[in-house]
Design a protein around this ligand. Structure first.
Ligand code: KIV
Length: 305
């Protein structure tokens, strides 16, 4: 039997050359990863957004390597074909290139991912180079980098003014030079992201960066109406799965309360002779202690020694 091969970073880069738009989506667990792959998405990001949409934190900052590895492993188990990119959490790569390389390696060795993503541009170029030189594909991430949300003073569009625009452009180019196989542009004006996408040879994957990028990435829970706390402007909700779940669960609870669930369809039968034996035992029991318990509460007699 031939083993199904996963999409490679070379294939992702070739998609840009061929002008094929790249659809990327996050996934955080086995069932969502399966669904995303079955829907034909070639590249899945196990984003540290899981801190917000799965674990309920206000930001991505509390997410740890162990949290990420736990979810990366589940996503890898749920996929055969998709390229799985593991997001490096806060403080797993900022301290220095050595530590960044060790943690990136864990995502491939323990997690089973095929690539890692990390936030930061020029300042992270040396780190990206070190990881790439070790044979680990890296996706860069510039513009609004959520792990620096406190430094940015909120979730603000980056590169609206000349100085900021030059910074975002230089960050993206530095990552390409350092060997990144693609770069995420987050919350960047359309005109700037279009220009950056044209300048880069590797794919620019946008989120809140308009239609001029080579690909798009979105958060699973945003796209499907599963995260009620906040819907970003850059998201289009393709379904209201949260509402569907709420309705279904309420129906289930109503059925339980009304005695409509379970019915015979969801129950199991037993051998009638076994039941008859139990009832006989119950009769013996009532004869010795004088009480008559309902059959379903009777205590089976101990076997003779
Ligand atoms: O963590 C994440 O999901 C991300 C995307 C928003 C690009 O970094």
């Amino acid at each position: 039997m031939t083993k199904q091969c996963r999409v490679t970073t070379s294939e992702i880069k070739a998609m840009k050359r061929k002008g094929e738009p790249i659809a990327m989506l996050t996934a955080y667990d086995y069932p969502s990863a399966r669904l995303v792959e079955e829907a034909g998405v070639p590249m899945i990001l196990v984003g540290d957004t899981l801190g917000m949409v799965v674990l309920g934190y206000d930001t991505t900052l509390p997410v740890t390597m162990e949290d990420m590895l736990h979810h990366v492993k589940a996503v890898v188990r749920g996929t055969e074909r998709a390229l799985v990119v593991a997001d490096m959490p806060f403080m797993s790569f900022q301290v220095g290139p050595e530590e960044a390389l060790r943690n990136a390696g864990r995502f491939l060795q323990e997690g089973g991912a095929q690539a890692v993503k990390l936030e930061g541009g020029v300042i992270m170029a040396e780190t990206v180079r070190k990881i790439v030189d070790a044979g680990i594909p890296v996706m860069g991430h510039v513009g609004l980098t959520p792990q620096s949300v406190h430094q940015f003073g909120g979730w603000k569009v980056q590169g609206k003014r000349p100085q900021g625009a030059i910074r975002v452009m230089n960050d993206a180019l530095a990552l390409e030079q350092a060997g990144a196989f693609s770069v995420v542009l987050e919350l960047v004006p359309t005109a700037l992201s279009t220009l950056i996408s044209k300048r880069l040879r590797v794919p620019a994957i946008g989120i809140g960066a308009g239609p001029g990028c080579d690909g798009q990435v979105q958060v699973f829970h945003d796209l499907l109406g599963l995260y009620g706390d906040f819907v970003p402007k850059h998201t289009r909700q393709y379904a209201q799965i949260g509402e569907a779940i709420r309705t279904a669960v309420a129906e289930y609870a109503t059925d339980v309360r009304a005695g409509r669930f379970p019915t015979e369809d969801q129950s199991f039968s037993m051998d009638e002779s076994a039941l008859a034996e139990l009832l006989t035992t119950d009769d013996d029991d009532s004869a010795t202690n004088g009480s008559r318990r309902p059959a379903h509460l009777s205590i089976p007699a101990l076997p003779p020694r």
